[in-house]
Design a protein around this ligand. Structure first.
Ligand code: XUL
Ligand code: CO
Length: 541
């Protein structure tokens, strides 16, 4: 009994020691050595028992055993100390970087990748832009000012490739497999090197992406402060700015019924405290916007849900956010990101129109704009172009989460947008909107699970940036050509008449219009010219 307990303990400790030591600072602690050390007392005890045969007194035997056990205890203590030392964060050897042994990083995270340059459409270099030329002027603005590209920290630096059926597939060389504060800081440094090399000047984050949770809210906030201080320093020594921050209110089990729409008052309060802090750090980092994506603000069944009460709570929550924004002097735009479902069956911010109507009902229209995500648009049964135009004509287009779904997969696949036609439609809305600033294009997009090379992170973003840049160039061609705009103008020209103007000014009542019909007779109805419109559009791609 005594022997087997020790054996198990020894086995467990040696495995743990081996796990922690593996690949760290060159320490190789043999599993067998530790095991032998732990079971030695049993051996000594057995030998002494045999030898004893009445010749060594029980007292002496016990004394020898005690000394052996003290010796072993000391050895074990040493093992624990070595394990603790070896567990300190280290730099991955394969990058050939020098590591100070703390959370400081020296050297490069992407040593084989240089700053990505524009080489033009004929370039075959996968690590170069073919269409995105940041400083080039298109339609009176620099490409970088139309496009305002941003990297999403959660996908690019926290995406593991895991899915509901499989374990992580991505093991980036700078990751040590932990969610420690030191790791969080190292990851932040990797983020800034990536942004600089890519030539994207903006980034976005959730509070939980960038810093680990502590045991209490105070500890969690202190962790966040530490990482945010580093991010501020890194922003200061570069041109990189924060596009938006947000609070992650959907992963933790406390949020299983929602955050602002949870049935639990304590959860509502917790979410408020989390958003308060996330707004503070966004403000501190000079964020230009703050996003609310209602991940679990919805329901699974109306049978257990008081929808009216939940929507009222959501409005109160957003009102409180507006009040706090003003209190701390944060001038960024507050953005709501519509999504119809996933993770809940029905989310309250279903689409742009639903969200606009919610904002109007609660008198919040002037305080919020929308962050339109293309994959969310298609999940709600619309095109991205439809959602962008709905937001635009309501004066609500604030930001775009640039991505796309897959027509054969029914969920939010968050892929990089590479369809040139789609990108051109997106850019049509953006140009009509006069740009997105202070919003931008945030790549809420991730590598496929099967893409596991470090260079794939660059290739994905380069491809997404080139696609939207190409969309912008196509819009310039469409505008210069003018045929499509002329087709649309012509389609409505009967309203450019005196009567049409009266209708549009709200000065034509039903009796007046009836008189006109009696005078005009049956109206002539012109062709919609859809195929011609498609032909003109295609010719610009
Ligand atoms: C989820 C989603 C989020 C938001 C930010 O579908 O798009 O990443 O953009 O919470
Ligand atoms: Co998004």
């Amino acid at each position: 009994m005594r022997r087997s307990r020790r054996w198990r303990r020894a086995e467990q400790s040696s495995k743990e020691a081996n796990r922690r030591f593996k690949g760290r600072a060159g320490w190789a602690l043999s599993y067998e050595v530790v095991l032998t050390l732990f079971i030695l007392p049993d051996h000594v005890g057995s030998v002494l028992t045999l030898y004893d045969c009445g010749r060594i007194s029980l007292y002496v035997r016990k004394e020898i055993m005690k000394s052996v056990e003290i010796l072993l205890l000391l050895l074990c203590l040493k093992v624990v100390c070595l394990a603790a030392f070896a567990a300190a964060p280290t730099c991955p050897a394969d990058l050939g970087s020098v590591c100070s042994g703390s959370d400081e990083w020296e050297g490069e995270f992407f040593p084989s990748i240089h700053k990505i340059k524009y080489e033009g459409p004929s370039s075959k270099n996968r690590l170069a832009f073919k269409w995105y030329n940041a400083e080039e002027e298109i339609l009176g603005k620099k490409m970088k000012d139309w496009l305002r590209f941003s990297v999403a920290f959660w996908h690019t630096f926290r995406g593991s490739g895991a899915d509901p059926f499989g374990a992580p597939t991505k093991f980036w060389p700078w990751e040590d497999g932990t969610n420690s504060l030191a790791m969080a800081k190292r990851r932040m440094r990797a983020n800034f090197e990536f942004l600089e090399k890519l030539g994207a000047e903006l980034w976005c984050f959730h509070d939980k992406d960038i810093a680990p949770d502590g045991k209490t809210l105070e500890e969690t906030n202190a962790n966040l402060d530490e990482v945010v201080t580093l991010a501020k320093e890194l922003q200061g020594s570069s041109k990189i700015r924060l596009l938006w921050g947000t609070a992650q209110l959907f992963l933790h089990p406390r949020y299983m019924h929602g955050a602002a729409t949870s049935s639990e008052v304590g959860v509502y309060a917790y979410a408020a405290a989390q958003v308060k802090k996330a707004m503070e750090v966004t403000h501190y980092l000079g964020g230009e916007n703050y996003v609310f994506w209602g991940g679990r603000e919805g329901y699974q069944t109306l049978l257990n849900t008081d929808m009216e009460r939940e929507l009222n709570h959501l409005a109160r929550f957003l009102e409180a956010a507006v009040a706090y924004k003003k209190k701390i002097g944060f001038n960024g735009t507050l953005l709501i990101e519509p999504k119809p479902q996933e993770p809940t069956k029905h989310q309250y911010d279903w689409d742009a129109a639903t969200t606009a109507s919610f904002l109007r009902k609660y008198g919040l229209t002037g305080e919020f704009k929308l962050n339109i995500e293309c994959n969310h648009a298609t999940l709600s049964g619309h095109s991205c172009h439809h959602e962008l135009e709905t937001a635009r004509i309501n004066g609500l287009l604030g930001n775009i989460d640039a991505n796309t779904g897959d027509p054969q997969i029914g969920w939010d696949t968050d892929q990089f947008l590479t369809d040139i036609g789609e990108a051109t439609l997106v850019m049509l809305s953006v140009v009509r909107n006069g740009g997105l600033a202070p919003g931008g294009f945030n790549f809420d997009a991730k590598l496929r699970r099967e893409s596991t090379d470090v260079e794939d992170i660059f290739i994905a973003h380069i491809s997404g940036m080139d696609t939207l840049a190409r969309g912008l160039r196509n819009v310039a061609k469409l505008i210069e050509d003018g045929s499509l705009a002329e087709l649309v103008r012509k389609r409505y020209e009967t309203f450019d008449t005196e009567i049409g103007a009266q209708i549009e000014a709200g000065k034509a009542d039903f009796e007046f219009l009836e008189k006109k019909v009696l005078e005009w007779g049956e109206p002539k109805v012109a062709s919609g010219k859809q195929e011609l419109a498609e032909m003109l559009f295609q010719s610009a791609l």
